[in-house]
Design a protein. Structure first.
Length: 332
C-alpha cells in the first residue's frame, strides 16, 4: 500500500445523535477514519458502541430521529457525501457504496424471487436489458458459491438457509461492482462453520474485485485474518486503531486488551469459562467525565476520571488512553 495514496473514504470529526424521550444519545461522537483503495478495515466494539450507526451515517440512511452535526464530513473520492442531495446519494448507494446487513431477511424481499431482486438492481442501476440481467444474476449467484445458480433464480428467500440468503445478499451488493462494500455484522446470525465460509467469500470477492471493504463486528477474532487495519470503537468513539496483526499482538488500550482476552480460543477445553469484560458500557444519554471506559478498566487512575484522553499517535498506532498498556506510567 502506498501510504501517500489519497484515501477512497475519509471520515472527519463525525457526530451522529438521536433525540429520545430521555434526552440526546451521542451514538457517534467525533469519529475520524481513513480507508485506502483495496484495503479492508475492521470496526470492532460491543453492541451499542456506535458501529452500525457509523455505517448508516456514511450512506445517509439514518432513522428520522437521527441527526449529524454540520461540521462532520464524509469524503468519498474527495466528494463530501454530507453535502449531496438525496437524488445524488441514491446514485452512490448500491453502485459505488454497497452494504451487506446482519440479517439478510431484513434486506431481501420475502415475496419476490431471488432472480428478480438481483435483476432489478442491474436493470435500474446499470441499465441492462432483462435477459442480460438474468444471465448476469445467475453468474453472480455462481460467483458467491450458490450451486445450480440458474435454478435458484426462481426461488424465494424463505426457501434458502440463512447462509444461502446471506450469499444472495452479497451477490446483490456486488452486482454493480461497488468501490466500497460495508458488511455490518454479516455472520452474527449464522453458525460457526457457515460464518467462516461467508468471511472467506467476502475476502475473496474483495480481493478479486479490488474493492475497499469495512467489516463491522463485535468479535475481534473475526477481523483477524480478514482485515488489513482495525479500529476499536467504544461508546461512540474510536479508542484505538492500527494494522490488524500489530494491534492484536500489541494492544495499547485496556478495552482492546479486554476484547482480546474475552475471545474464546480453539485450544480451550470444553466448558472453559469465558473471560467477560466486567460492568456495562456507559449510558450514551449520560456519558461520564473523563475516559468512557474508566468504570470497567483495571488500570484506572484519578486522571482517567477527570479528563478525556484523545487519540494519540505512536507511529501509525493511535490510541486514547492516559495509561496505555506497556507504559506503566501516566502520560504527561
Amino acid at each position: 500500500m502506498d501510504r501517500f495514496e489519497p484515501p477512497l473514504l475519509e471520515i472527519q470529526n463525525l457526530h451522529t445523535r438521536f433525540n429520545t424521550p430521555r434526552g440526546v444519545a451521542h451514538a457517534v461522537d467525533g469519529v475520524s477514519l481513513k480507508l485506502v483503495r483495496g484495503r479492508t478495515l475492521g470496526i470492532v466494539g460491543e453492541s451499542g458502541s456506535g458501529k452500525s450507526v457509523l455505517s448508516l451515517t456514511i450512506i445517509d440512511i439514518l432513522a428520522k430521529d437521527g441527526s449529524v452535526l454540520s461540521d462532520g464530513r464524509v469524503l468519498f473520492e474527495g466528494r463530501d457525501l454530507r453535502q449531496l442531495a438525496e437524488k445524488d446519494m441514491r446514485r452512490i448507494r448500491g453502485r459505488d457504496i454497497a452494504m451487506v446487513f446482519q440479517d439478510p431477511m431484513s434486506s431481501l424481499n420475502p415475496v419476490k424471487k431471488i432472480g428478480k431482486q438481483i435483476s432489478e438492481v442491474l436493470t435500474k442501476r446499470l441499465g441492462m436489458k432483462r435477459r442480460a440481467a438474468r444471465l448476469r444474476a445467475a453468474e453472480l449467484l455462481d460467483s458467491v458459491g450458490i450451486p445450480e445458480a440458474t435454478r435458484q433464480l426462481g426461488r424465494f428467500p424463505m426457501h434458502l438457509s440463512g447462509g444461502m440468503r446471506q450469499r444472495v445478499a452479497i451477490a446483490i451488493a456486488i452486482a454493480c461492482e461497488p468501490k466500497l462494500l460495508i458488511a455490518d455484522e454479516p455472520t452474527t446470525a449464522l453458525d460457526v462453520t457457515i460464518q467462516a465460509q461467508i468471511l472467506d467469500l467476502l475476502r475473496r470477492q474483495q480481493r478479486e474485485r479490488n474493492m475497499s471493504m469495512i467489516l463491522i463486528t463485535h468479535n475481534l477474532g473475526v477481523v483477524s485474518g480478514y482485515t488489513d487495519d482495525v479500529a476499536i470503537m467504544y461508546a461512540g468513539k474510536i479508542v484505538e486503531k492500527y494494522q490488524t496483526e500489530e494491534l492484536i499482538a500489541n494492544p495499547r488500550m485496556p478495552y482492546t486488551e479486554a476484547l482480546i482476552n474475552s475471545a474464546p480460543l480453539l485450544s480451550d477445553s470444553p466448558h472453559t469459562r469465558l473471560q467477560a469484560i466486567p460492568g456495562l458500557p456507559p449510558d450514551l444519554l449520560n456519558l461520564p467525565e473523563g475516559c468512557r471506559f474508566q468504570a470497567r478498566c483495571p488500570y484506572v487512575q484519578d486522571k482517567c476520571k477527570a479528563a478525556t484522553p484523545e487519540l494519540e499517535d505512536d507511529s501509525e498506532h493511535s490510541f486514547a488512553c492516559w495509561r496505555p498498556i506497556g507504559d506503566g506510567r501516566d502520560k504527561a
